[in-house]
Design a protein around this ligand. Structure first.
Ligand code: B12
Ligand code: SF4
Ligand code: SF4
Length: 302
């Protein structure tokens, strides 16, 4: 834990037997909540709640790594300079667990202990049960000192867990009399009647999708503000106000680079300079949707 704090992260550890409780939660959700097809896919196919076979796991470690709030990207399309925000957590999405794994392995190797990345555990549910985080009404989790601007990573470990921090899931007290995120959600994904959002209305669900998908007809063209992802329910949240000013910087894509990105080609087809820039932002998996998203942003600022 000292090592984790030394690296600027926060974490909690809970005994492996709570995997059964996570399973029960998920079964309860399946039985009691009306899940849309994407939620059914997540709970049935994406989650993987079995113990690793390679070593005797004794606990689950959940690590929160703080991120800046956003990055400001600029593109030049048909002579016009367009701003596209990027939630900064995307730019560290796949690397954050490697960084955490690196420093943890170095520290644990001396004690003969193991860790194994567990990307298919429900991160938010684990973080909230462990006491590390609380749910917000926007269904994103908040960690004290970080707000909701963070990446969560879970790991199986064979570290003994002398204390059991497990608790019932809770929303932030601040949500009791607040509906700011619900009102700010541009697509009506945050619902007044129930806590679980309709993730098939979340702007992110649409703008992370591949270029073969168009935005639905019901979506207001004015909603777009990011290259992908969405910041509305996080930026409006009073609990995030102390962290908003911590931006990750500005990155410019000139007219030639924008023109190449507008072709929607994969990473390996990009010239080296642009490839490095795209890779640095972990944008590779979203390249095919970028032409659609940039066109929508350009149309908006007309
Ligand atoms: C699939 C996915 C998506 C999908 C679906 C999101 C969704 N809300 O279902 C899409 C592509 C839309 C998406 C969007 C985003 N995502 Co995402 N996503 C995931 C992923 C892979 C699984 C999420 C999931 O389990 N959904 C299924 C639902 C059922 O689970 P849940 O949201 O936890 O729902 C629980 C609550 O509703 C609770 N509940 C129900 N009733 C009640 C009542 C009360 C009172 C309480 C307290 C709780 C409660 O029970 C449910 C679970 O049992 C995780 C990574 C992972 N492996 O966990 C990242 C993850 C959740 N995403 C993340 C992020 C950052 C985002 C975005 C902010 C990206 C952006 N736009 O910038 C948005 C946020 C959208 C939102 N409001 O949720 C981060 C969250 C970090 C954080 N601070 O919490 C994660 C953890 C990735 C990571 N490694 O860091 N995401
Ligand atoms: S905006 Fe208000 S209701 Fe939404 S997560 Fe933040 S405190 Fe909770
Ligand atoms: S990320 Fe955007 S679209 Fe999704 S719930 Fe939050 S405000 Fe709504």
């Amino acid at each position: 834990m000292n090592e984790i704090v030394r690296h600027g992260d926060k974490a909690a550890l809970f005994p492996i037997h709570h995997l059964q409780d996570l399973k029960r939660d998920v079964e309860g959700l399946k039985a009691n909540a009306e899940l849309n097809s994407f939620q059914q896919f997540i709970v049935n196919d994406l989650y993987h709640l079995d113990e690793p076979q390679d070593f005797g796991a004794r606990s689950i470690l959940i690590v929160a790594s703080p991120q800046p709030s956003l990055l400001r990207l600029f593109f030049t399309l048909e002579g016009k300079r367009i701003q596209a925000l990027l939630p900064a957590s995307y730019a560290d999405k796949n690397r954050s667990h490697l960084r955490v794994e690196d420093y943890l392995r170095a520290c644990l190797a001396a004690n003969g202990r193991h860790i194994q990345y567990a990307p298919r555990l429900p991160h938010k549910l684990s973080a909230v049960h462990s006491g590390l985080a609380r749910y917000g009404r926007n269904n994103i989790t908040f960690v004290e000192g970080f707000g909701s601007f963070l990446n969560l990573n879970t790991f199986f470990t064979d570290i003994a867990c002398p204390e059991d921090p497990w608790r019932e899931i809770r929303a932030m007290d601040a949500c009791t009399h607040c509906q700011a995120c619900q009102k700010a959600c541009p697509t009506g994904a945050i619902i007044a009647e129930r806590f679980l959002i309709d993730n098939q209305r979340c702007l992110t669900y649409f703008n992370e999708a591949g270029g073969e998908y168009e935005f639905p007809a019901w979506m207001d063209p004015g909603v777009h503000h990011t290259l992908y992802g969405c910041l509305r329910c996080q930026m409006i949240c009073p609990q995030n106000q102390p962290y908003l000013a911590r931006e990750g910087g500005t990155i410019e894509f000139d007219a030639a680079e924008t023109a190449i990105l507008m072709q929607g080609k994969p990473l390996e087809c990009l010239p080296e300079g642009l490839r490095l820039k795209v890779d640095g932002l972990e944008m590779a998996e979203y390249l095919s949707g970028i032409p659609r998203n940039l066109r929508s942003l350009a149309a908006k600022t007309d």
